[in-house]
Design a protein around this ligand. Structure first.
Ligand SMILES: NC(=O)c1ccc[n+]([C@@H]2O[C@H](COP(=O)([O-])OP(=O)(O)OC[C@H]3O[C@@H](n4cnc5c(N)ncnc54)[C@H](O)[C@@H]3O)[C@@H](O)[C@H]2O)c1
Length: 423
């Protein structure tokens, strides 16, 4: 069975149960569920945890969130999901609320896997606690919003135990058409890569508002508009395309120049609404990347193009994935005209080329937990986060910045308020 067949058949999942050898592997009895906890019951976290429940042997047994309303929403949702799967409702003892919810979750003996889906500023702190607990971890991108956090994450990576599996939420790498393209590029289908271009044009995120909230709560709920909480659009959102470029080129950028700014957005916050970055990779391969994040007219377009001595590759989120030239090839199932393709999905669950990205990512991760080999994707996640930080730094500082210069800079962004007010 090849990788694709393995994933399509559900890596051993039959009628929602996992069929394994009778021996115990990594502490899991055959046919037992992985007890899954969601930290951050928002848009993406809920979508991913629901997909885990529907596509793998993981069962959502615990929830944690800083805010009571989001925790309650998650509780209702996952009780329904569990009921639909013939699973018990979530025990109220496994609901954790407030700024220390992540620590209480990590202490629980009833949890095997923690999914970190909180705003980016908290990822590294939550990762540290989750890794120290010995549980398996699925951490959303980015792994770090500044240099200090990214370097700290590399230290955490060294503490992952041989029995622990840790994934970072770069699900695009697991999308079947994108994985197939990458295999062909790595096998030399394009010849020598000369240059790469990429883009991520997306609508603005919408405001979240709650009656009676103070300015810090408003900021935390609207973290996407805040540089410190999100890392800015290059680090928070555009990271998926920059990650695909690193993966396909097989390296991280050596230096970057960038422009950009806040030309259109007028709402609260300090994120930029556009970036233009020129990255230089080894062998003088240039990656020109442009992004926007504004407007409500539904304009959405994300993808990557690679140009080589033998041909070129086109890799959009929606539309045909192809190689032209000497080794011409195309993915047969891209649905560029299907309903819903080419539309923005705030929770990352896109149709068309990314339709099975989350499912296959989750199945591969659960297989790594149940039967091994385990993953430790923290360092790769940090490398991509730093690639984005490099572009952001070049943009903010309006100059060329090399990888080494970036790492030598002290960048340690303070949150500026205490979470204890939400206890
Ligand atoms: N991989 C993808 O394609 C993809 C897509 C969308 C979002 N994301 C990532 O997922 C994460 C969550 O994004 P979202 O859109 O779900 O945001 P969201 O605002 O909808 O959800 C965040 C949740 O975290 C909670 N929270 C905030 N601070 C917390 C803290 N300190 N402790 C505990 N809970 C806290 C919030 O109350 C909220 O319920 C982000 O890191 C984002 O970058 C990834």
């Amino acid at each position: 069975m090849n990788r694709r067949e393995f994933l399509q058949r559900g890596s051993g999942i039959v009628s929602g149960m996992l069929v394994l050898n009778s021996r115990t592997v990594f502490g899991y009895e055959a046919n037992s569920a992985v007890r899954h906890a969601l930290l951050g019951c928002g848009n993406r976290g809920t979508g991913v945890a629901t997909s885990f429940a529907q596509n793998t042997s993981a069962r959502v047994v615990a929830l944690a969130d800083i805010f009571a309303d989001n925790l309650a929403k998650g509780h209702d949702h996952f009780n329904q999901v569990n009921a639909g799967l013939g699973q018990p409702a979530i025990d109220s003892k496994l609901l954790f609320r407030g700024p220390h919810a992540f620590e209480q979750l990590a202490e629980s003996k009833d949890v095997d896997l923690i999914q970190i889906s909180t705003p980016p500023y908290f990822h590294v702190q939550h990762l540290e606690t989750a890794v120290a607990s010995g549980k398996h971890v699925y951490c959303e991108k980015p792994v770090g919003i500044d240099i200090t956090q990214a370097k700290h994450a590399l230290e955490i990576a060294k503490k992952v135990k041989p029995s622990q599996s840790v994934d970072v939420g770069f699900q695009c790498r697991m999308a079947p058409p994108i994985a197939a393209l990458e295999e062909k590029i790595k096998a030399g289908a394009l010849g020598k890569i000369a240059t790469v271009s990429g883009n991520y044009n997306s609508p603005a995120s919408t405001e979240k508002k709650r009656e009676g909230e103070g300015p810090d709560e408003y900021r935390l709920r609207n973290w996407l508009w805040d540089r410190v909480l999100s890392g800015d659009i290059l680090v928070e959102q555009n990271i998926h395309i920059i990650d695909l470029c690193n993966w396909m080129v097989g390296a991280h950028p050596l230096k970057a120049t960038a422009t950009g700014g806040r030309n259109v957005l007028t709402h609260w916050g300090d994120i930029w609404d556009n970036y233009q970055v020129d990255y230089t990779y080894p062998n003088d391969v240039h990656f020109t990347f442009a992004s926007t994040q504004f407007g409500s007219d539904g304009v959405f377009d994300a993808g990557l193009k690679l140009f080589g001595s033998s041909g070129s590759a086109t890799c959009p989120y929606a539309g045909p994935i192809t190689i032209t030239g000497t080794n011409a090839w195309s993915w047969q199932d891209s649905e560029s005209t299907a309903t819903g393709s080419g539309k923005f999905a705030a929770n990352g669950a896109f149709l068309d080329n990314l339709k099975y990205a989350d499912r296959d990512k989750e199945r591969t991760f659960i297989a790594s937990i149940v039967s091994g080999p385990v993953h430790n994707q923290i360092a790769d996640g940090v490398e991509t986060a730093l690639s984005c930080i490099l572009g952001r730094m070049a943009g903010y500082q309006k100059r060329e910045v090399t990888w080494e210069e970036m790492l030598a800079q002290i960048e340690d962004w303070p949150l500026g308020f205490s979470l204890e007010q939400f206890a």
